[in-house]
Design a protein around this ligand. Structure first.
Ligand code: HEM
Length: 372
C-alpha cells in the first residue's frame, strides 16, 4: 500500500485548557454595567495608573463582576474556537491563549468600570492574570490597532466574533443593559480591527474563508448551479481510479486530517490567517502542536508520484473551484501556487517519459478532460 497515511493524534477541541479554567457558575448579574458606560470607545483610556510598563492593574479576581466576566470570556473563546468562520485566526502556535483570555477580561472589566481595571484597548496596559488567582503574573495587554494590524479581519468576521461574545453573555445571563454597554464599547473598536470592510479583498475572502475552502475540499455540493449534489475535490479524487490507490488505506480521521492540512495550505496561500506548520489544536482535531501538518517533501517521498498523477489531482481542485463559481483569475493564482513553486518539485518523483529530465512538468489546464 502506498505510504500516504499520516500519523494521528486525537486532540480534544480546546486542548489548550481554555474551557475548564474559571468556569464556576456566575453569580446573577446586578446591572453593574451602568457604571463606566462609554469607556473604551476612545484612545488612551488605558493611560492610567499601572498602564504600559508600570505596575499591573489590580482588579480583584474574586470580585463578582470579574468572576462573571471570566465565565463570559471562557465561553466566548469556546464559541470562537468552534466557529469555523473565524477560528482560523486562533489556530496557530503563535497564539498566546492565556494572554488573550486575560486581556479580554481586563478589557471588558474596564468597560464596566471595575475598580483597578485600566485596559480599554487604546493603549498598552499591564494586567494581572485573573485566571490564576494564586500566582498573579503580570501580562502585557497590547493596543488594539497593533495587535490586529495585518491579520486581515473582514467586516463579516468582526460581526461573527461579536456574535460569539453576545452568545457567551446570553448563556451567562448577563443582563441586557450590561450587554448593551459592553457591545457598544467594543463595537467602537471596529475601525481599529477591521481591515477588509468589503469582505472580498483577498482570494481567501473571495473563496468564502475557511468555510468556503472546506466546502471546495470536502463539501456536500460543489456545483450549486445544477441540480443534485456534485462532488467536491476529495470526492473527485477518491472517485478517480488513476490516483485513488494512494488513498485506499485512509480512515475517516485520515480524511479529516488531510482536509485540515489542505485547508491550512490553501488559506496560507490565499491570504488567510492559517500558518501551515503551526496548528495549536484549538480549531482542528487531527493536527496540533505535536502532530503538525508535514512538509510536502517528507510526506510524499517514496510514493513515486508522476507528473500525470500530480496534474490529475490538481485538475480536480481546479474543477471543484470552477464549479463553485470561483473567479478564473483566482483559480489561476491558486493553481499557480500549487504548481509553479517548490511544492510541485517536492511531490513529483517520476517523469512521465524518458525524455523528461526534470520531474516537474508545467501545469497545463488544457489537459483537463472537463475543460470547456
Ligand atoms: C470587538 C472585537 C474585538 C475585541 C474587543 C478584541 C480584543 C482582543 C484582545 C484584548 C486581544 C489580546 C491583546 C493582547 O494579546 O495583547 C486580542 C487579540 C487577538 N485578536 Fe481580537 N478583538 C476583537 C476582534 C477580533 C476579530 C474580529 C478577530 C479575528 C476574526 C480578532 C483576532 C485576534 C487575534 C488573532 C488575536 C491574537 C493576536 C496575537 O496574539 O498575535 N479579534 N483581541
Amino acid at each position: 500500500m502506498k505510504r500516504f497515511a499520516i500519523g494521528l493524534v486525537a486532540t480534544a477541541l480546546l486542548g489548550l485548557g481554555l474551557t475548564a479554567a474559571g468556569c464556576e457558575p456566575p453569580p446573577p448579574a446586578e446591572g453593574e454595567g451602568e457604571e463606566g458606560e462609554g469607556e473604551g470607545e476612545g484612545e488612551g483610556e488605558g493611560e492610567g495608573e499601572g498602564e504600559g510598563e508600570g505596575e499591573a492593574s489590580t482588579i480583584d479576581a474574586t470580585d463578582a463582576t470579574v468572576v462573571l466576566l471570566r465565565a463570559v470570556v471562557t465561553d466566548f473563546i469556546g464559541n470562537t474556537a468552534a466557529n469555523t468562520s473565524t477560528n482560523g485566526f486562533f489556530s496557530n502556535e503563535s497564539l498566546d491563549a492565556n494572554r488573550l483570555q486575560n486581556c479580554l477580561v481586563h478589557q471588558v472589566a474596564t468597560v464596566l468600570g471595575v475598580a483597578g481595571a485600566n485596559y480599554a484597548g487604546g493603549a498598552e496596559a499591564s494586567a494581572n492574570d485573573v485566571y490564576d488567582v494564586t500566582n498573579l503574573t503580570p501580562i502585557l495587554c497590547r493596543d488594539m490597532v497593533s495587535i490586529h494590524a495585518g491579520l486581515g479581519v473582514s467586516e463579516d468576521q468582526f460581526t461573527f466574533l461579536v456574535g460569539d461574545l453576545s452568545g457567551a453573555m446570553e448563556s451567562n445571563f448577563v443582563d441586557q443593559p450590561t450587554q448593551t454597554t459592553i457591545l457598544t464599547a467594543l463595537g467602537g473598536l471596529h475601525d481599529d480591527i477591521v481591515e477588509h470592510p468589503l469582505n472580498n479583498e483577498t482570494i481567501y475572502l473571495r473563496l468564502g474563508g475557511k468555510d468556503g475552502i472546506n466546502t471546495a475540499l470536502n463539501g456536500e455540493d460543489c456545483d450549486p448551479a445544477t441540480g443534485g449534489n456534485q462532488d467536491c475535490f476529495l470526492a473527485r479524487v477518491l472517485a478517480d481510479a488513476s490516483i485513488n490507490g494512494f488513498f485506499a488505506a485512509f480512515s475517516a480521521d485520515d480524511v479529516t486530517r488531510l482536509t485540515e492540512c489542505l485547508q491550512r495550505q490553501l488559506a496560507e496561500a490565499t491570504g488567510g490567517p492559517d500558518v501551515y506548520f503551526e496548528s495549536n489544536g484549538l480549531a482542528e482535531t487531527q493536527v496540533d502542536g505535536t502532530n503538525q501538518c508535514q512538509s510536502m517533501l517528507d510526506i510524499h517521498t517514496g510514493l513515486g508520484i508522476t507528473d500525470a498523477e500530480y496534474e490529475s489531482l490538481d485538475l480536480h481542485l481546479v474543477d471543484a473551484l470552477t464549479a463553485l463559481g470561483v473567479l478564473p483569475d483566482d483559480i489561476t493564482t491558486i493553481a499557480g501556487v500549487l504548481t509553479g513553486s517548490q511544492i510541485c518539485k517536492d511531490i513529483i518523483e517520476l517523469a512521465d517519459d524518458a525524455t523528461e529530465t526534470t520531474a516537474c512538468a508545467a501545469f497545463d489546464p488544457d489537459d483537463d478532460p472537463d475543460a470547456p
